[in-house]
Design a protein around this ligand. Structure first.
Ligand code: XCC
Ligand code: SF4
Length: 626
């Protein structure tokens, strides 16, 4: 069995916990993946369609069978429609999360959200000014109300262009207008994608894919950007702070509470409750040394970025964390929460709580959070977790946590550089830093857990490429020890010198999935300083282990923003060589960037380095051969 665990993950805590799960007869995501293989070949190629009830249909890629669905759709149309709907779902997920935050902002403005407040009034003013809101002499709550209202306007279709696209370089915006992919309304683009992909609407695979870019841009420069900015306003703009990562952050002698999901609205209230002296006293009275709040996935990243809260693991670790037997309560909001978790928890004493009106799970108790009740409900739940501490069986926490540094918002990075991106640009220009790459996205049992992230990141920093990471990739890299100042040792000589001078790690944790917009904004700041477009910069993006529809939307908005992006797992598009060619080659002529797919992270690293060196050459900077 040891052999199996080693095939499934490169992490030590993952391997040990897989062995424990095996002993406890806990079924994991890897077991279920194995039970699904071989997966459907038509679906893998994107060639099955069940958009209407004349179907389901499938296209035979090899000749003998049907070449068209019942309606007459061919492989190109079916593949493009399916991909378009993936983008729509991903953009919808991020953007609906953004809307939930705007609703909290509005509730704060109305004084109807006890416990919540404005943690960054300066940022509130700055963002409000971008929306054309008068801030002088107005109390923060009035500004917050006006901003929430203006942001709600971005979701509909009252506008020709989303408000925050103004943050993109002028050349990029001009290109979006010229190619007809300027996002107009956040919900509008998703809704239009669903319309276009209904039977008998848009049957041009090119026009479908172009709209997919516009839909993705409505996420990156709309829904996700609103989610990040409003989270900063409500809960604070991240600053560098120390934290710890891996299963070892759980404490045998403390009440362990885990938050999992994406939206900081619930987890921030949990944090407040966990810090209440009266509840800590209660925990002590019950024989615990204290209350330990830790995160999983992106809601964990949100807390880690702003408060240095420890991180127990990423997507593929979520079942294994429960198998420690040390989790007294897990609270989930939404996205990336496997419906298996309730069943896993039923083998231990762990209380499982779902909190969002739009996300239910088998085997969980539903306790719904709203801005009005969140503070009180969080306190009640933490007390219940404390009560549950005494019901624990044996716990197994087999590793020591790894130290890490998080909190690199754009504001914090520019702050570390003395207020302007110039020192970073100088290092790029003189070649100490070759360029920068985003390593983002999920885990996927199709790729050995964390192998893609860690292998790619190591190669990039060894070759003097600064890595910016988010999401589950960021957790993998933190666990690998890449996020302490001493990790500069892993970097090439140029990057090492820069990191040592600034006291920063070579891999900067920029946050959760919605925080990928921080990478867009940093790229825009660099492009503006150089007077060029994002597509001219020596930068790249990658998602070495992606699984989620949200990752498809992120990849598409990176590319549409001019960032060459390398995907690990192959998306379901190989049934149409036209679609494959457009995404990997043709888009270069449209948006100045394209996709590549390379499951082997060593090879993906070479692709990224080649791309960065070629961009350097085009900018007239020294270029190495790769
Ligand atoms: Fe989900 Fe955001 Fe993917 Fe991790 S990385 S598996 S989307 S938690 Ni964003
Ligand atoms: Fe079949 Fe066309 Fe209906 Fe798709 S839309 S299920 S290809 S008939």
């Amino acid at each position: 069995m040891l052999k199996d665990a080693e095939k499934r993950t490169v992490t030590e805590d993952g391997r040990l916990m897989l062995e424990k799960a095996e002993k406890d007869r806990i079924e994991t995501v890897w077991d279920r993946y194995a039970a699904q293989t071989p997966q459907c070949g038509y679906c893998e190629m994107g060639l099955s369609c069940r958009i209407c009830n004349m179907g389901p249909c499938r296209i035979d890629p090899f000749g003998e069978g049907p070449r068209q669905g019942v309606c007459g759709a061919d492989a190109d149309i079916i593949v493009a429609r399916n991909l378009g709907r993936m983008v729509a779902a991903g953009a919808a997920a991020h953007s609906d999360h953004g809307r939930d935050l705007v609703e909290v902002l509005a509730a704060v403005a109305e004084g109807k959200a006890p416990g919540y407040g404005i943690a960054d009034p300066d940022k509130l003013k700055r963002v409000a000014a971008e929306y054309g809101i008068e801030t002088e002499g107005k109390p923060p709550h009035a500004v917050a109300g006006a901003l929430a209202d203006a942001m709600m306007g971005d979701f509909g279709s009252r506008r020709k262009e989303l408000s925050m696209v103004r943050r993109a370089p002028a050349k990029r915006r001009e290109l979006w207008r010229k190619t007809g992919i300027m996002p107009r309304g956040i919900d509008r683009e998703t809704s239009e994608m669903m319309h276009r992909t209904h039977m008998g609407v848009d049957n041009g695979w090119q026009s479908l894919l172009l709209h997919a870019l516009r839909n993705a841009l409505s996420d990156g420069w709309g829904g996700s950007m609103i989610a990040t900015e409003v989270s900063d306003i409500l809960f604070g703009t991240p600053k560098p702070s120390a934290n710890t990562v891996n299963v070892g952050v759980l404490k045998a002698d403390q009440v362990n509470i885990i938050v999992h999901g994406h939206n900081p609205v619930v987890s921030e209230m949990l944090l407040q409750a966990c810090q209440s002296p009266d509840i800590i006293d209660l925990a002590k009275a019950k024989g615990a040394a204290g209350i330990n709040l830790a995160g999983l996935c992106c809601t964990g990243n949100e807390l880690l970025m702003r408060h240095g809260i420890p991180m127990a693991g990423n997507h593929l670790m979520t079942e294994l964390v429960i198998a420690t037997g040390a989790v007294d309560m897990m609270l989930v909001d939404y996205q990336c929460i496997m419906p298996s978790l309730g069943k896993t928890a039923s083998c231990y004493h762990t209380l499982m709580i779902s909190t969002s009106d739009k996300a239910r799970f088998p085997g969980m108790t539903h306790r719904e959070f709203h801005p009005e009740n969140a503070r009180d409900l969080a306190r009640d739940l933490v007390k219940e977790a404390v009560e549950n501490f005494g019901r624990r069986g044996r716990v197994y926490i087999p590793v020591e946590p790894v130290p890490s540094l998080g909190g690199f918002s754009v504001e914090a990075i520019l702050g570390a550089l003395g207020g302007t991106p110039d020192p970073l640009l100088d290092a790029v220009k003189d070649g100490r830093i070759r360029g920068a790459a985003g390593v983002v996205g999920c885990n996927n049992p199709k790729i050995k857990h964390d192998y893609g992230h860690i292998t790619l990141t190591r190669q990039l920093i060894e070759n003097d490429i600064l890595v910016l990471d988010t999401g589950c990739a960021a957790i993998a890299n933190a666990k690998a020890g890449f996020k302490v100042a001493e990790a500069a040792e892993y970097a090439g000589p140029g990057l090492k010198a820069v990191c040592s001078a600034l006291g920063i790690p070579p891999v900067l944790h920029m946050g959760s999935c919605v925080d990928n917009v921080r990478i867009l904004l940093l790229a825009s700041a660099l492009a503006d300083s150089l007077g060029c477009d994002i597509s001219d910069l020596p930068v790249a993006g990658s998602a070495p282990e992606w699984y989620s529809e949200k990752a498809v939307s992120i990849g598409a908005y990176f590319v549409a923003s001019g960032v060459y992006t390398v995907l690990g797992p192959m998306p379901p598009i190989t049934g149409s060589m036209n679609v494959v060619k457009l995404l990997t080659e043709g888009l270069n002529d449209v948006v100045g960037a394209g996709f590549a797919v390379e499951p082997d992270p060593e090879k993906a690293g070479i692709l990224i380095r080649r791309h960065i060196e070629s961009k350097r050459k085009q900018l007239g900077l020294d270029a190495r051969s790769v």
